[in-house]
Design a protein around this ligand. Structure first.
Ligand SMILES: Cc1cc2nc3c(=O)[nH]c(=O)nc-3n(C[C@H](O)[C@H](O)[C@H](O)COP(=O)(O)O)c2cc1C
Length: 328
């Protein structure tokens, strides 16, 4: 029988299927069912820098001019929010045997490192740093933004002993260069690529509305290329791939491209927690049929450096190969 265990950022997982950070992982009962269904680990709903900032700003705007009082409220909000988040981690750890990964969303260096220490103290097995800021200011160069991200990672890595992974979006000019820097700044893993909240436009009211938060099952295709390239060009960093992995086939392909784990969320919202069991069962069946006894034997055999024609991963323009595509 195939062995589904894998090592992700030094954690031993009994399955490569991780439930990614979302509302479902904030619920203790649901997380227990995820473990029962065969999840390798869970990433707890993120603790957001923006949320704390908003609460603090709201209080500053509505509050008195009393600086001492403001300072007290600021520190109370910070302390109280992190205490609640950490209490949830401790509760999860007391009932689960799979790793519990805390998640911090932040984009500026600061006291967030203190939060990382608290999360470790609360029992988190690892921390996923959910890193992204929309670069609206045209005067802010990529170097400055990337440097800020790297400083956040370096400071968190320095402040704790548990493994740090970084969850990023795809919008970097040189993604391999940035991920290589993440590794040199101490990140053990990278989660590619986060799927962010995206606004849409309502044509009736001519106003902005949120688009669907859930991914579609064909979206996994965008990340196969980068999983394959990064697992080859920054081979020391562990990769967990997220977005659009809804089916066992998508999970299998992603591991063949080089991921050590897959992080899933939308498919659980759409198909239920049993989807984890289905992915594990089909993955084991695939491995048995193809004579792979471990995940490591199949992982990356179709990555950029292992395939005969790596140009397939480099090709981005349609040119001649699609010249025969029928006109309508
Ligand atoms: C309702 C919802 C809440 C989410 N909350 C978070 C979050 O707090 N932190 C985070 O890093 N990602 C969050 N995500 C992103 C998911 O963890 C995941 O990376 C993304 O949805 C892509 O995976 P999927 O296609 O399997 O959904 C959220 C996604 C959804 C749908």
């Amino acid at each position: 029988m195939a062995d589904l265990s894998t090592k992700w950022t030094g954690l031993n997982l009994k399955s490569p299927v991780i439930v990614s950070s979302c509302g479902l992982t904030a619920d203790q009962e649901k997380v227990a069912l995820m473990e029962k269904a065969g999840a390798g680990a869970v990433v707890v709903k993120s603790f957001f820098e923006e949320q704390i900032r908003n609460e603090v700003e709201y209080l500053s705007a509505s509050g008195s001019d009393h600086t001492e009082m403001d300072d007290y409220m600021h520190s109370y909000i910070r302390h109280n929010s992190i205490a609640q988040y950490c209490a949830n981690i401790t509760r999860l750890k007391s009932t689960l045997s799979i790793p519990v990964i805390a998640s911090i969303n932040c984009y500026t260096p600061g006291t967030w490192v203190e939060f990382a220490k608290e999360m470790q103290k609360a029992g988190a097995d690892a921390i996923e740093v959910n890193l992204y800021e929309i670069p609206i200011d045209k005067n802010l160069s990529p170097e400055i933004i990337e440097r800020r991200y790297l400083d956040v990672v370096r400071e968190i890595v320095k402040s704790v002993t548990i493994p740090i992974s970084v969850k990023i979006g795809q919008n970097f000019t040189s993604i391999t260069n940035f991920i290589n820097k993440l590794y040199s700044f101490g990140a053990k893993g990278v989660v590619i690529f986060n799927r962010f909240f995206t606004p849409d436009i309502d044509l009736d009211s001519l106003s902005l509305i949120p688009s669907s938060p859930l991914s579609h099952e064909y979206e996994y295709i965008h990340n196969l290329r980068w999983t394959a390239i990064i697992s080859s060009s920054v081979s020391s960093i562990d990769i967990a791939t997220t977005t659009g992995i809804h089916t066992p086939d998508a999970a299998i392909k992603t591991i063949l491209a080089g991921a050590k784990a897959v992080e899933i969320c939308s498919t659980i919202y759409k198909n239920g927690i049993d989807r984890i069991t289905l992915i594990n069962e089909e993955l084991a069946k695939f491995m048995d049929e193809r004579n792979f006894s471990t995940i490591e034997q199949m992982r990356g055999i179709l990555n950029y450096s292992c395939i005969k024609d790596p140009a397939m991963y480099e090709r981005v323009q349609f040119m001649k190969s699609f010249g025969g595509y029928k006109n309508v």
